[in-house]
Design a binder for this molecule. Structure first.
Ligand code: ADP
Ligand code: MG
Length: 233
């Protein structure tokens, strides 16, 4: 079953009298459990595509199905509900709340779903899985960039979304930390069968995804599946 289906998905922006085709009629499927990298030059439409997938933006035309629901037919409340339940977000700038500690940050999305209170155990378990059990009461200002991004990744998973969207998540950390974050994402992808879509400039990271979608001028230039690389003995 396709986890995500884009059908002629289009997003136009107006700038003065000019129309910018940020996403220009993209049709593709992403299956459950895929690990997809979205690449392309600055301005090619990567963030627009990701924000559409995450229901943060409404398309100008076309359809977007998530778990077989046509999200373009949903009202605002239902869209918000679907976003809270099905989608996890990770941004380059972490977007953690500075006044809250690690546990409180990871638990934040639980507020927007029913029975969220039952999720504390889940949050603690995720903090453990991202390797931050000993930092659970720390504030973001007491963490490194890599640690903050681990918190953001744990937070994105707390509601058990079917889809995690990451926009340049390694853009603000060094190469080694970036690789550790990618290794963590691979592990979560494998263990939880969660679909991962990562926008990245980093060719080394993109080459580790099992599928690479390259955008140019809002269109899909190439869409390639690659064999998973075996570890070098
Ligand atoms: P990328 O993430 O690949 O750098 P974006 O999706 O951010 O690309 O942008 C795609 C195109 O849409 C660019 O030409 C950009 O300038 C334009 N764009 C993005 N957001 C807006 C906006 N809110 N208003 C007008 N134009 C926008
Ligand atoms: Mg972008």
């Amino acid at each position: 079953m396709a986890n995500v289906r884009l059908v002629e998905l289009t997003k136009n922006y107006k700038r003065g009298s000019e129309i910018i085709r940020a996403l220009d009629g993209v049709t593709l499927d992403i299956d459950k459990g895929e690990f997809v990298a979205v690449v392309g030059r600055s301005g090619s439409g990567k963030t627009t595509m990701l924000d559409l997938l995450g229901l943060l933006l409404k398309p100008t035309a076309g359809s977007l199905f998530i778990d077989d629901v046509d999200t373009t037919k949903l009202g605002d409340r239902q869209r918000a509900k679907m976003r809270a339940r099905r989608v996890g977000f990770v941004f380059q700038e972490y977007n953690l709340l500075s006044g809250m500690n690690v546990l409180e940050n990871v638990m934040l999305p639980l507020r927007y779903v029913k029975n969220g209170a039952a999720g504390k155990q889940r949050a603690i378990e995720l903090i453990d899985r991202v390797g931050l059990s000993d930092r659970i009461k720390h504030k973001p200002s007491e963490l490194s960039g890599g640690q903050m991004q681990r918190v953001a990744i744990a937070r994105s998973m707390v509601n058990r979304p079917s889809l995690i969207l990451l926009d340049e998540p390694t853009g603000a950390v060094d190469t080694e930390t970036a690789q550790q974050l990618v290794d963590l994402l691979k592990l979560l992808n494998r263990e939880d069968q969660v679909t991962i879509v990562i926008v990245t400039h980093d060719v080394d990271i993109a080459s580790q995804a099992r599928r690479q979608i390259r955008l140019k001028d809002g269109k899909v230039l190439t869409d390639e599946r690659v064999e998973e690389k075996l570890p070098v003995a």
